[in-house]
Design a protein around this ligand. Structure first.
Ligand code: M6R
Length: 596
């Protein structure tokens, strides 16, 4: 049993975590093993002291409340109860005080422990397991995916979902639970997805689902497409590198879904959002996906003349933005599970907007709740730092913006053809660039690794790209980096410029080039070290001395963001490798952020 649980945890490892644990019921008693750090530490514990049993729960914890110690690792035990939890119990402090007053002794610094104590209290008050579970769910506020064992009901596992995903797998004479279908793929692809507010009793061969009121409800079963094959690194030392080099193939696949290269038109992929009729567009996302959305904004405004409201999802959801039901909204998310993005989606849905989900995971909650799914078809992205998902998001947004422009009559047939033909060149140019620039980026990374701070500058779509370059570098190498609109330099960041501050300038030879060169001059005049990323025409026109100039081929403006992403990704990757960082699972980061 514990081997299967650990195998399933291994399949979720890419999401990021800092401790892990497992509990089983054996001969009527709960037993657990927990360990700080990587799953290997838990495996060692289990080798020293194996666990028996046929019913069990396991967890990888990403610390929110309390340090990532063994004591704070899940499962949490109280008298006769074991709990694993993803999410945050927002009212835990109030509950903890109330429970302490009636004698509960807390062992950990976590919010989760209140769940176990509540259940123990309700059981002591005379409630059955089912009743105690329902009573506990009425007390807790916040986000949770829960799996719970009761010592005196050893044949079942109780589960509940409010926010973070939770799936139930139907096996042959056995049942499974997991945070996603990938974890269960080796065991079953017959999956029930729980809705928010659902809770369930899972037995050996059955499941009974209840809604928040305690009514029995039916949730459909789906055949999941998640594959049991563990995604490998191939010949690459890290997933991040593999995913960077996969981009020509996955972009070709994504584009194949949205454009027809034979007649150079955008293909209609969904009739669920009528871009021709909408008043405006709202876009919301987090992290790299937000930066893809910001580039998408430039395209929708330019090609489709659509007003675009965009914000990071954690702000968007609370801003009380006046939204019109005649507008549409796009939510961009690799995982399709990010809590803030999902909350923004629901906010827009409640305001009557048509909802589009630009997602990599077609079975995700966002995909299931949207009116239209726009898959980015990047394939599983395992490295925590998003690379291929970013460029696939860009490719899809570019195609959607062109399609919207055509539908709205803001671009002509000829203009559509030229733009689509440019998109079609992407895979080939990406392949060539990846081949050409890798050796020089490896050398440059060694130099960059000696600096503590780096500034990235760009204008137009190169401005969000500057922020993405900075995000990539800081998350994998831990070098402090900021991305700025080049025109903002004089409004503050210029004060930082000296010989210890490399400034990476992203400057394709586009309509902003001369202005960006002026900003470079301002940097050079103050002794700043410039790393210029430009194209052949740009390189021939810029006469400024630089620390290094990376020269990319001249490309059409619409594909420049995807092409110019490549040196930024490689620079972050190689710098992190030189510095000996854990590239695929950087400290403190999770791949799927299912809490606020
Ligand atoms: O799964 P999502 O695309 O919704 O995730 C959003 C962000 O958490 C994600 O892009 C994050 O910023 C990455 N670590 C960036 O590399």
């Amino acid at each position: 049993m514990s081997e299967r649980l650990i195998e399933a945890l291994g399949r979720l490892e890419y999401r990021g975590y800092d401790s892990s644990g497992v509990a089983t019921i054996f001969e009527g008693e709960l037993h657990r093993r927990r360990a700080e750090g990587k799953l290997g530490n838990l495996k060692t514990r289990l080798k020293e002291a194996p666990l028996s049993g046929t019913v069990g729960i396991a967890h990888t914890r990403w610390a929110t409340h309390g340090a990532p110690t063994e004591c704070n690792a899940h499962p949490h035990f109280t008298d006769g109860v074991a709990v694993v939890h993803n999410g945050i119990i927002e009212n835990f402090s109030k509950l903890k005080d109330a429970l302490a007053e009636v004698g509960a002794k807390f062992q950990t610094d976590t919010d989760t422990e209140v769940i176990a104590h509540l259940l123990t209290k309700f059981r002591r008050d005379g409630m059955g397991c089912l009743e105690a579970m329902h009573a506990m769910l009425k007390c807790v506020e916040g986000a949770f995916a829960l799996a719970i064992l009761f010592e005196d009901d050893p044949a079942t596992i109780m589960v509940a979902r409010n926010g973070p995903p939770l799936v139930i797998g139907h096996g042959d004479g056995e049942m499974f639970l997991g945070s996603d279908a990938i974890a269960l793929a080796p065991f079953t692809n017959d999956i029930t997805y729980l809705n928010d507010g659902d809770w369930a009793v899972v037995g050996k061969t059955s499941v009974q689902v209840f809604d928040i009121e305690g009514n029995v409800v039916t949730r459909p079963r789906h055949i999941s497409l998640a594959t049991a094959d563990l995604v490998g690194k191939g010949n690459h030392p890290h997933f991040m590198e593999k995913e960077i080099y996969e981009q020509p193939e996955v972009i070709a696949r994504a584009l194949g879904h949205y454009i027809n290269v034979n007649d150079s038109h955008v293909t209609t992929t969904s009739t669920d959002i009528d871009f021709a009729g909408v008043e405006s567009l709202a876009i919301s996302a987090c992290g790299t996906a937000y930066l893809a959305g910001l580039i998408g904004k430039y395209w929708f405004e330019r090609y489709a003349r659509l007003i675009v409201e965009i914000d990071v999802a954690s702000e968007f959801r609370y801003r009380e933005i006046p939204l019109s039901p005649r507008s549409a909204a796009l939510f961009i998310s690799q995982s399709g599970e990010t809590a803030d993005t999902l909350a923004s989606l629901r906010y827009c849905k409640a305001h009557g907007l048509r909802i589009g989900a630009v997602v990599n995971t077609r079975e995700s909650t966002m995909a299931r709740e949207a009116d239209a799914i726009f898959p980015i078809l990047a394939g599983p992205e395992i490295g925590v730092a998003s690379t291929k998902a970013f460029t696939c998001q860009l490719a899809v947004l570019a195609a959607l913006a062109i399609g919207a422009g055509k539908a709205r009559g803001t671009i002509t047939d000829d203009e559509e053809q030229v733009l689509v033909q440019s998109l079609a060149t992407l895979p080939g140019v990406m392949r060539q660039v990846l081949n050409d620039i890798t050796p020089e980026i490896e050398l440059l990374s060694r130099e960059l690794s000696h600096y503590r701070d780096v500034l990235y500058l760009g204008r137009g779509t190169s401005f969000p790209l500057a922020m993405e370059g900075a995000l990539k570098l800081k998350e994998v190498s831990y070098i402090h980096a900021e991305g700025y609109a080049a025109g903002e330099l004089k409004h503050g960041p210029i004060a930082l410029i000296d010989e210890n501050m490399p400034v990476i300038v992203i400057a394709p030879h586009d309509r902003f080039f001369d202005k960006t060169v002026s900003n470079m001059q301002e940097v050079a005049a103050r002794g700043g070290r410039i790393i210029l990323i430009t194209d052949e025409t740009g390189a021939s026109m810029s006469k400024l001395p630089t620390m290094h100039t990376i020269v990319l081929p001249d490309v059409a403006e619409i594909i420049a963001p995807m092409i110019f992403s490549l040196p930024l990704q490689l620079l972050a990757y190689h710098t992190a490798v030189v510095m000996g960082a854990d590239v695929d699972q950087p400290r403190n980061l999770a791949k799927s952020v299912t809490v606020e």
